[in-house]
Write a protein that binds this ligand. Structure first.
Ligand SMILES: CC(=O)N[C@H]1[C@@H](OP(=O)(O)OP(=O)(O)OC[C@H]2O[C@@H](n3ccc(=O)[nH]c3=O)[C@H](O)[C@@H]2O)O[C@H](CO)[C@@H](O)[C@@H]1O
Ligand SMILES: C=C(OP(=O)(O)O)C(=O)O
Length: 430
């Protein structure tokens, strides 16, 4: 089983290029099947989740050509099947975007219930509420979400919780519905805006994305497009925190600094310097880190997908910090692993009370999910001695070349596959 072997202690220094946003790419790839014309999408991250989604699209007859590692050409004029139930698709969250896309285009779809990170219950009632409001019948049978409609008609939909997935799914189902749709209490995340921009580039009429009211006028059909996906806010944030915890000096390049504001603010609060330019942010961690309080919130609040990264940093900060996870009920599972490395953190319900320690010490640990896994790697980079992180397949769901990018910044990290390779790494790093 592949693992990351890490020898901590090196400050990360240099520049790192951020890739396309995984969560935008997943929505946009799914939406690309809503036209029979060819679509070219650039800046698609080469990560497991996007590759699984592409594989599922191919399984129903979508032709996907890779022009280069990050550019795909999609033609969905020969879809022959509206049922998607292979085992892989059950593992990712965004499989359900194919439901909104197929329902919007063909008025019918059957897709396996979604997976994704095991961080809470993750119900899909708001997606179902939205589809039903547009006139679709929706039922769950044999592990599949089955939806069909004679006609989709625009509607006013108020989301009871701010949900990225439901906002995206309802938007896709509504763009070719007859008449006007309003999504109230919509999510405002950058990837919601990116999807709306992409749909508009295909001829849709979506207004208000990025605010909490999205207005959609149905159009009869969508056409081909060429589109570039926005940079990944969370990949960028992860490298910014890698600089913070290793006392480094890292410039994350190819980013939209506005999307990183909540992350930059917290880094400033804990004692880092943050310099913004047009499409880059530099983080310098020269002083001892200090404590702060954090509550995860929908955008523009502090992202839940950055919660484990900031906990790793606060675990090394002087004083007591309180982190409240307000989006998912069970996103502190990694704290047990961090405790093995010497962290002093007590979890009470959705709150972590963190008493900073002077250092972490290397240990053998497992990645419980994507962001927690990446954050445990950051802990390993800051720790004294060698850390071995198992289950790195979770990390590879959302980070392209994670260890190679860290290595280029001066980290001592290798991917190892056998005990022998691990011993070799240990000998190499001394
Ligand atoms: C593939 C993707 O883009 N994943 C992101 C997406 O997940 P995802 O789209 O699953 O997250 P949501 O925004 O939908 O979830 C937010 C909250 O709403 C609840 N909820 C959601 C839908 C629903 O029908 N009913 C309901 O109660 C969820 O349980 C959660 O408590 O947004 C999350 C919140 O920013 C991120 O952590 C994930 O990385
Ligand atoms: C939780 C995440 O992804 P997913 O919703 O796909 O599980 C994430 O990207 O951090």
């Amino acid at each position: 089983m592949e693992q990351y072997a890490i020898k901590g202690g090196n400050p990360l220094v240099g520049e790192v290029e951020i890739g396309g946003a995984k969560n935008a790419a997943l929505a946009i790839l799914a939406a690309a099947i809503m036209t029979d014309e060819t679509v070219v999408i650039e800046n698609v991250p080469d990560v497991r989740d996007t590759n699984v989604l592409i594989q599922a699209m191919e399984s129903i007859g979508v032709i996907v050509n890779r022009i280069d590692r990050h550019t795909v050409k999609i033609n969905a004029s020969h879809i022959h099947n509206l049922v998607i139930e292979d085992d892989f698709i059950k593992k990712i969250r965004a499989s359900y975007y194919l439901l909104g896309a197929l329902l919007g285009k063909y008025k019918k779809a059957e897709v396996a219930l979604p997976g994704g990170c095991n961080i809470g219950l993750r119900p899909i009632d708001q997606h179902i509420k939205g589809f039903r409001a547009l006139g679709a019948d929706v039922r769950i049978e044999h592990g599949l979400i089955i939806t069909d409609a004679e006609d989709l008609r625009g509607s006013n939909i108020y989301l009871d919780v701010v949900s990225v997935g439901a906002t995206i799914n309802v938007m896709m189902a509504a763009v070719m519905a007859e008449g006007k749709t309003t999504i109230e209490n919509a999510a405002k995340e950058p990837h919601v805006v990116d999807l709306a921009n992409f749909l508009n580039s295909m001829g849709a009429d979506v207004k208000g994305a990025g605010t909490d009211v999205i207005r959609i006028k149905g159009v009869p059909k969508l056409h081909g497009s060429e589109y570039t996906i926005i940079p990944d806010q969370i990949e960028a944030g992860t490298f910014m925190f890698a600089a913070a915890v290793t006392r480094g000096d890292v410039t994350v390049k190819n980013v939209i600094p506005k999307h990183l504001e909540s992350i930059s603010s917290k880094l400033l609060e804990i004692g880092c310097e943050v310099e913004e330019s047009d499409d880059a942010v530099r983080v310098v961690s020269a002083k001892a880190l200090t404590h702060t309080h954090v509550k995860t919130l929908p955008y523009p609040g502090f992202p839940t997908d950055m919660q484990p990264q900031i906990v790793v940093a606060l675990g090394l900060s002087a004083g007591t910090s309180i982190v409240t996870e307000s989006i998912f009920e069970n996103r502190f599972k990694y704290v047990d692993e961090l405790t093995r490395m010497g962290a002093n953190i007590k979890v009470e319900g959705n709150t972590a009370i963190i008493d900073g320690v002077e250092r972490y010490t290397g240990a053998s640990i497992s990645a419980p999910d994507l962001r927690a896994g990446a954050s445990l790697v950051l802990a390993g980079l800051a720790a004294e001695g060698v850390t071995v992180v198992d289950d790195i397949r979770f990390i590879e769901r959302g980070y392209e070349d994670f260890h190679l990018k860290l290595k280029a910044l001066g980290a001592q990290i290798d991917k190892v596959n056998t005990e022998r390779e691990l011993q070799k790494f240990k000998l190499k790093v001394g």
